[in-house]
Design a protein around this ligand. Structure first.
Ligand code: SAJ
Length: 414
């Protein structure tokens, strides 16, 4: 089979690498570019530098077939996909430095007629801004459609769920946002080589906003659940039962409360909406504030229980940002445990996290913190604090909880 087209993916992280691999597996000739030499080396050896089910077999296959290679420099390609981080600044506005660096590394290779797609989560307007970076570096090119030297720009946000990426990257519907109609058509043709979901055409700004809105929708719904959990606690109502009952209504679907919202998407993206329209994004901002305040509520609850003991032993179950993953970034559970061990120095905190080999330095370095096995931790504890609903915790024999004070933020053992 002849390659469908040459594609260069800039940024070989959680999104860029699966995208590069799936494009290559569907006939495209793909070069992946990454600034991390260790990543480049690993990928060229057919290995994946992070955990994601089923990705490694695809990467190994396409690398062996010569359809995917990784390197440090940007080559010429018919299409480019930019999948780099878009962190936010202290004022919650986007920091476009990685998008800018990617645009500036692509610009020298362009001849006219190429398609440049931004996949990274973006506030409205960043795709157009990427075009400005390209034109600033290459004033001989244009973003006007229909010229021989036109560069086509599109925003096609990824919406895959970590842990299910290789399934969702193929099956999910995909929003294709062109800065021009021609750009959208070109981007659609590229995604059509591997995407079985519907390809939904729109403009770039709407596509940028759609991604932010999807994650904000979830954030607002979780904030509602978290607020209900605080209200229910005060009123002596079981919030899990309450939500279960309310969700029997055919038009009600409340998400689950927890210790707070973590990860690098749902806890981040709503801020881009707030930054874009600070006066108007009232609900979006409030939801962020409610979810960010939930760890304080959990902490106060545990501290009140711990005050009854001279030297409390607290088993903290889970520090990942959600169930059955090893990702500790932006994890409310981890921050609760850090604060707990700092605020009650005379407490012993037994941290259970079956998905990591060792605790992060912020915890490992504390004298009153120990990485423990779940049953041992519970046996030794006065207080059992459930922070993540890992499958190992769900199936525990409840007998071992008798006599223990339980603070269950995930409604695991009701
Ligand atoms: N959470 C709750 N209650 C719930 C559901 C989740 O407290 O009922 C918490 C989780 O514990 C976690 C956080 O929310 O701390 C986020 O978890 P998640 O599983 O909802 O989402 P992510 O961050 O892993 O992935 C999301 C997904 N977006 C949506 O479902 C709208 C994914 O499809 C996106 O691709 C991803 O963000 C992204 O990259 O933006």
């Amino acid at each position: 089979m002849e390659p469908t087209q040459t594609v260069c993916v800039v940024g070989l992280g959680y999104i860029g690498l699966p995208t590069a691999a799936i494009l290559a597996a569907n006939g495209n000739d793909v070069t992946g570019v990454d600034v991390n030499p260790r990543h480049v080396e690993e990928i060229n050896a057919g290995r994946v530098p992070f955990v994601e089910p089923d990705l490694e077999s695809v990467v190994a296959g396409v690398v062996a077939q010569g359809r995917l290679r990784a390197q440090a420099t940007v080559p010429h390609a018919q299409s480019y996909i930019v999948a780099v981080p878009t962190p936010f600044t202290e004022t919650y506005d986007v920091d476009p430095k990685y998008v800018r660096a990617a645009a500036e590394s692509i610009a020298p290779q362009l001849r006219g007629g190429e398609l440049v797609i931004l996949e990274s989560t973006s506030p409205p307007g960043l795709t157009e801004k990427m075009g400005e970076y390209i034109i600033a570096a290459r004033p001989d090119l244009t973003l006007e459609p229909g010229e021989h030297n036109t560069i086509h720009l599109a925003h096609c946000p990824e919406r895959v769920l970590p842990g299910r990426i290789m399934i969702e990257i193929v099956d999910n519907d995909r929003i294709i946002g062109g800065v021009t109609e021609q750009a959208a058509e070109k981007a659609r043709d590229l995604y059509a080589t591997f995407c079985k979901g519907e390809l939904l055409m729109t403009d770039a700004r709407t596509a940028e906003m759609a991604k932010l809105v999807e994650n904000s929708y979830r954030d607002v719904n979780i904030a509602f659940a978290n607020e209900l959990s605080v209200i229910s606690d005060r009123l002596g109502i079981d919030v899990w039962k309450l939500i279960e009952l309310a969700n029997h209504h055919p038009r009600v679907n409340i998400l689950q409360p927890g210790p707070g919202v973590g990860g690098h998407c749902i806890a981040v993206d709503p801020w881009f909406i707030v930054a874009a329209a600070p006066e108007d994004a009232k609900l979006v901002r409030l939801a962020r504030e409610v979810n960010d305040a939930k760890p304080d509520f959990v902490l106060e609850k545990v501290m009140a229980k711990a005050a009854k003991f001279r030297e409390p032993v607290i088993a903290a179950l889970g520090i990942a940002f959600k169930a059955d993953i090893d990702d500790l970034r932006e994890s409310p559970s981890k921050s609760i445990v850090e604060r707990l061990s700092a605020e009650i120095e005379h407490a012993q905190v037994l941290v259970v996290e079956p998905n990591v080999e060792a605790l992060p330095a912020s915890l490992a370095d504390r004298a009153n913190v120990e990485h423990a096995e779940v049953e041992d931790a519970i046996e030794r504890a006065d207080i059992v604090l459930v922070l993540v609903d890992h499958h190992q915790f769900k199936t525990l024999d409840r007998e071992i909880l008798a006599e223990k004070i339980v603070v269950d933020t995930k409604g695991l053992w009701r």
